[in-house]
Design a binder for this molecule. Structure first.
Ligand code: C2E
Ligand code: MG
Ligand code: MG
Ligand code: MG
Length: 285
């Protein structure tokens, strides 16, 4: 009986689902301990300007080196962290690390170099977000405009009113706000007016098919001209080829983030590969 039951119900069907749930639950609880166990780190992917011909800033991206499993991508572990309050602690870790790094780079790279950090919906909802950021910034000497926070359309949809309020308060301090993965979400244009935005990031799903795909080219062109009308900066994400770079430059978008210029790398690697040759310049303006 047990064998029969096992074969029909447990062995052939339930286990895979059970295993998936188990893995998910196991990763969720391991992730909760990951910070304490020193398994987390932050890598930086620079943004390159074809106008100034230099790296102008970098996006901070979280990495988890799991002791047993090879590599668990942010695409897998960030959503797990977002299901619980774990994302609060992880998000605070990234902000703290990024600000420390920015402070170190302040004396090495051009003075307006910025770091951009991704925010999750729960962080926006968390009432201690702004006091936390204030605390971190009080220990640093860079200009607040050198810190940029990235939000997504789907994050905004969770509680638009709250998001607008929080982002305005951050913006009032001088922190810059960018809209990540633009074009993939709800794309209701009304919030572009409501939000205190500085920058739009064109999602790499459009960039992938450029040049060649007529619809993606049209969407990219439209985003770029709309950004320009609204006085927003625009950056093309996930750029991997020279043809993509040429296309975007022709359309008036000169800022890029993608493997063509650099993959995300740790700060030491970035210093070695790029920044040692960049002379410190005077602050602009
Ligand atoms: P994102 O914020 O849109 O970050 C850009 C992602 O695109 C990064 O993936 C980056 O490595 C990848 N990318 C950049 N250029 C290229 C390219 O030329 N080709 C390809 N194929 N990929 C490229 P990553 O680091 O795996 O992060 C994935 C997502 O996880 C991020 O997307 C972001 O939504 C989330 N994430 C990562 N770190 C954090 C964090 O600290 N906090 C939060 N809330 N989310 C994070
Ligand atoms: Mg991002
Ligand atoms: Mg993005
Ligand atoms: Mg994304």
């Amino acid at each position: 009986h047990a064998k029969l039951l096992g074969r029909n119900k447990i062995v052939t069907f339930h286990p895979s689902m059970e295993q998936r749930i188990n893995r998910k639950e196991r990763l969720k609880s391991e992730l909760k301990q990951a910070l304490k166990n020193n398994q987390l780190s932050v890598v930086y992917q620079p943004q390159y300007s074809m106008k100034t011909n230099r790296f102008e800033g970098a996006e901070a991206l979280l990495r988890w080196s799991h002791p047993v499993e090879d590599s668990i991508t942010p695409m897998e572990f960030i959503p797990l962290a977002e299901e619980t309050d774990t994302i609060i602690a992880l998000g605070e870790y990234v902000i703290r690390e990024a600000c420390k790094q920015l402070d170190r780079w302040r004396t090495m790279i051009q003075s307006q170099f910025y770091i951009t950090v991704n925010l999750s919906a729960r962080q926006i909802a968390y009432e201690q977000l702004i006091p936390f950021i204030d605390g971190v910034l009080s220990d640093t000497a860079f200009d607040y405009s050198q810190l940029e926070l990235e939000v997504t359309e789907s994050l905004l949809m969770v509680d638009m009113e709250r998001a607008v309020k929080v982002l305005k308060r951050l913006k009032d301090k001088g922190i810059r706000i960018s809209l990540d993965d633009f074009g993939t979400g709800y794309s209701s244009l009304s919030y572009l007016k409501k939000l205190p935005l500085d920058k739009l990031k064109i999602d790499k799903s459009f960039v992938n098919d450029i040049p060649g795909d007529h619809d993606s080219e049209t969407i990219a062109r439209t985003i770029i001209s709309m950004a320009s009308e609204l006085g927003l900066e625009v950056v093309a994400e996930g750029v991997e080829t020279k043809e993509q770079v040429d296309f975007f430059c022709r359309q008036g978008c000169f800022l890029f983030q993608g493997y063509y210029f650099s993959e995300p790398c740790d700060s030491a690697e970035l210093n070695r590969r790029f920044f040692s040759v960049i002379k410190k310049t005077q602050p602009r303006g």
